[in-house]
Design a protein around this ligand. Structure first.
Ligand SMILES: [Zn+2]
Length: 293
């Protein structure tokens, strides 16, 4: 197996003891992106395959890499968008077009897809008014709930690029046009197992999380800007396993081994989670590495 940058511990590839027909496979796509498959159904969360260079992010409107997308995410039944910064949402329209997958996300994600000429029948807006019950749905063997969440305020105490992608925005757009939009914690149950995706390092406790979380897909970038984040995650979620994500330098292409973003403080994050969630197993996998539940 490819080595991970120090000090990331490697998560074992088999986390559960399911019968083969009930196995759930979780593959990391880099950043906060995951492919989750069970039976014959494939879900994607925040898939960001194109990995624009830092120079492109500064200088040009961003475009999806059709070759890499066709190669890396050839199939999907549904795509979930946790929020609409470019490193979560840029490739969603292209993947939806290529695969025919439905897209589930907030108004900002819907506007991005409409601007990219995705058919209305493929778009499901999961946004709810405050106080309304979260959107829930079933896809194949999966049950999915979109709980309200928040973005870490890592840009000098603020959420970077706040606001929404508007229906008048034209694609392709520059980096700063990929506004955050509403943020969701995506909770998935399948074959009796529970997976939770936190695509940004912040937690909204009032939206009660599920019990008995088998696997937490946890964003690392920006965690130091969210007060007592590891302790709050450990207490509220108490996950059996934590797969660390969004620690990789996403300006580097996917065919190179992942390099850690600067100042991630991963060792401290792991130690502080496991000091409270004492039976949690915390680790990472290489890009395109898999774990099964
Ligand atoms: Zn973001």
């Amino acid at each position: 197996m490819t080595q991970l940058p120090f000090p990331l511990p490697i998560l074992p590839s088999v986390l559960g003891t399911s019968a083969p027909q009930n196995a759930v496979t979780i593959r990391w796509l880099g950043t906060a992106g995951f492919e989750i498959s069970a039976a014959d159904t494939i879900l994607l969360i925040d898939p960001y395959i194109s990995r624009a260079s830092f120079a492109d992010c500064l200088l040009h409107p961003l475009e999806s890499d059709l070759f890499e997308i066709t190669r890396r995410t050839p199939r999907a039944d549904a795509i979930f968008v946790g929020h609409t910064h470019f490193d979560h949402a840029l490739d969603v329209p292209m993947i939806a077009k290529r695969t025919g997958a439905k897209v589930f996300g907030g108004t900002s994600a819907m506007n991005l897809c409409r601007g990219s000429l995705i058919a209305e029948s493929k778009l499901i807006n999961v946004e709810r008014e405050t106080g309304q019950a979260p959107y829930e749905t079933d896809i194949g063997p999966f049950h999915i709930r979109f709980a309200p969440s928040a973005h870490s305020r890592f840009a000098l105490g603020r959420v970077p690029f706040p606001g929404e992608i508007m229906d008048c925005d034209h694609v392709p757009m520059r980096t700063e046009k990929y506004r955050c939009g509403s943020v969701f914690r995506i909770e998935i149950t399948v074959f009796g197992k529970t997976i939770v995706h936190l695509g940004s390092a912040e937690l909204v406790e009032r939206a009660s999380p599920p019990n008995n979380i088998d696997l937490l897909l946890l964003c690392v970038a920006g965690w130091q800007s969210s007060e007592r984040f590891p302790e709050r995650v450990a207490r509220a979620l108490n996950p059996a396993n934590v797969l660390l994500s969004h620690w990789d330098n996403f300006f580097k292409p996917l065919d190179q081994p992942a390099v850690m973003l600067p100042a991630m403080g991963v060792q401290k994050l792991c130690d502080r989670i496991t000091s409270i969630a004492t039976s949690s197993r915390v680790g990472a996998v290489p890009i395109f590495g898999e774990v099964t539940l």
